[in-house]
Design a protein around this ligand. Structure first.
Ligand code: ZN
Length: 190
């Protein structure tokens, strides 16, 4: 397995809607294994394929004791609005905001072998399912911010200081990238 470089905001791949997976086989299995290893190396709660530069509708997750992957997820949401948690993103390092999300979510899709799969949850898991499906549509959580938070996030990303944050994040993650020895936990993003 391989730890892959996580793309940072500004990379066009993060803004490009991903395409449906149509071929289930060893290549897809390897992608899911590499994404899981990459997510775990940075202690991430979830990782979508565009974040490692692959435009396919696949994400991995590890939240509150739930972990796995979903191929071609279709999202349903409901429940009361959840404002209880701060949200961050491995592709937007150093920032976090309280973003309202639906309190319940379910994705229906397939596993790596093409077998039907359903993941359903509340709270952080519901937030993660919504966040990762957004990535597959070319959307970042900061796009959903409003008012002062949105202004703050966009302002911070536009400054040269944020370029330093992004560069530092890349170099911190770099020792783990492509290393068969795996990586440490950097606690960046969330
Ligand atoms: Zn993200």
């Amino acid at each position: 397995m391989t730890i892959l470089e996580i793309r940072i905001v500004g990379d066009p791949v993060l803004r490009t809607p991903a395409t449906e997976v149509t071929t289930f086989g060893p290549e897809l299995a390897r992608l899911v294994a590499d994404m899981t290893e990459t997510m775990d190396a940075v202690d991430g709660a979830g990782l979508a394929a565009p974040q490692i530069g692959v435009g396919l509708r696949v994400f991995t997750y590890r939240v509150d004791g739930h972990d796995g992957h979903v191929v071609n997820p279709v999202l349903e949401v409901g429940g009361p609005e959840d404002l209880s948690a701060s949200e961050g993103c491995l592709s937007v390092p150093g920032l976090g905001y309280r973003l309202p999300r639906h309190g319940w979510a379910r994705v229906t899709g397939a596993d790596v072998n093409g077998e039907p799969l359903v993941v359903e949850g509340e709270g952080m898991l519901a937030r993660c399912l919504q966040h990762e499906t957004d990535h597959l549509d070319g959307r970042l959580y900061i796009d959903r911010l409003r008012g002062a938070d949105k202004k703050d996030a966009l302002g911070k990303i536009r400054t040269s200081r944020y370029n330093d944050v992004a560069a530092k994040t890349r170099s911190k993650r770099a020792p783990a990238v492509d290393s068969s020895f795996g990586g440490g936990t950097f606690g960046v993003g969330r």
